[in-house]
Ligand binder design. Structure first.
Ligand SMILES: [Fe+2]
Ligand SMILES: [Fe+2]
Length: 203
């Protein structure tokens, strides 16, 4: 349980977050999405690439919270985990193409892009590992908790460090254009995304 948090966010930020949660809820309307407070970011609700990426991050926060509410090898857990896998893979691939590929070429921000991209690989390995495990086993949720922690760390760091550094080096029109590239790429990536299964981690 999180404690009482004073909400000082604007309407625009709150609406953006509520819409992102609603998209996750559409997958399993009866499962609660308790995402609690989110780390502060100035990008939430922004009309450029960074606002669009944070919208996805909030959707992912909701999916992660919802999976934790599910039990065993249930229909809801299967549907939510499949959606999480497609979402995370498509988001990471489109984010790399729309944003990190450009940020990587700027010597000032190369390291920020490298860091984000290397974490994508770790997260993909964790997804494949979880997909290969029995959802009904008591250990599944424990492994899932590891993925959740890793992913929440990744998106918090993007929002608070890597996006901040990248934004300073990009023009407003770059950031606008990148949003369109991201939208297009994500749609295509999600249509092609698959669930791969491979045990990668030690128990
Ligand atoms: Fe990322
Ligand atoms: Fe991201």
């Amino acid at each position: 349980m999180t404690g009482q948090i004073v909400d000082t966010s604007s309407h625009r930020e709150r609406d953006a977050k509520a819409q992102a949660i609603a998209k996750a809820k559409a997958i399993a309307p009866d499962v609660a999405a308790r995402i609690g407070s989110t780390p502060k970011t100035t990008f939430r609700g922004d009309p450029d690439i960074f606002g669009r990426l944070v919208e996805d991050h909030d959707r992912h926060r909701a999916l992660l919270a919802m999976i934790e509410e599910t039990q065993g090898d249930s229909e809801d857990r299967r549907a939510l985990f499949a959606e999480l896998t497609y979402e995370l893979k498509a988001h990471a691939a489109a984010e790399e193409q729309a944003l990190w590929s450009t940020v990587l070429r700027d010597p000032e921000t190369t390291d920020f892009a490298r860091h984000a991209i290397s974490e994508h690989k770790e997260i993909e390995d964790m997804l494949e590992d979880l997909a290969a495990r029995d959802m009904a086993s008591p250990g599944w949720l424990r492994c899932f908790a590891g993925l959740k922690e890793e992913y929440l760390h990744h998106i918090r760091e993007e929002e608070q460090e890597q996006f901040v550094a990248a934004e300073k080096r990009l023009s407003a029109s770059d950031a606008q254009h990148m949003r369109q590239v991201f939208e297009r790429r994500k749609k295509a990536e999600k249509a092609d995304a698959e669930i791969e299964k491979k045990i990668k981690l030690k128990d």
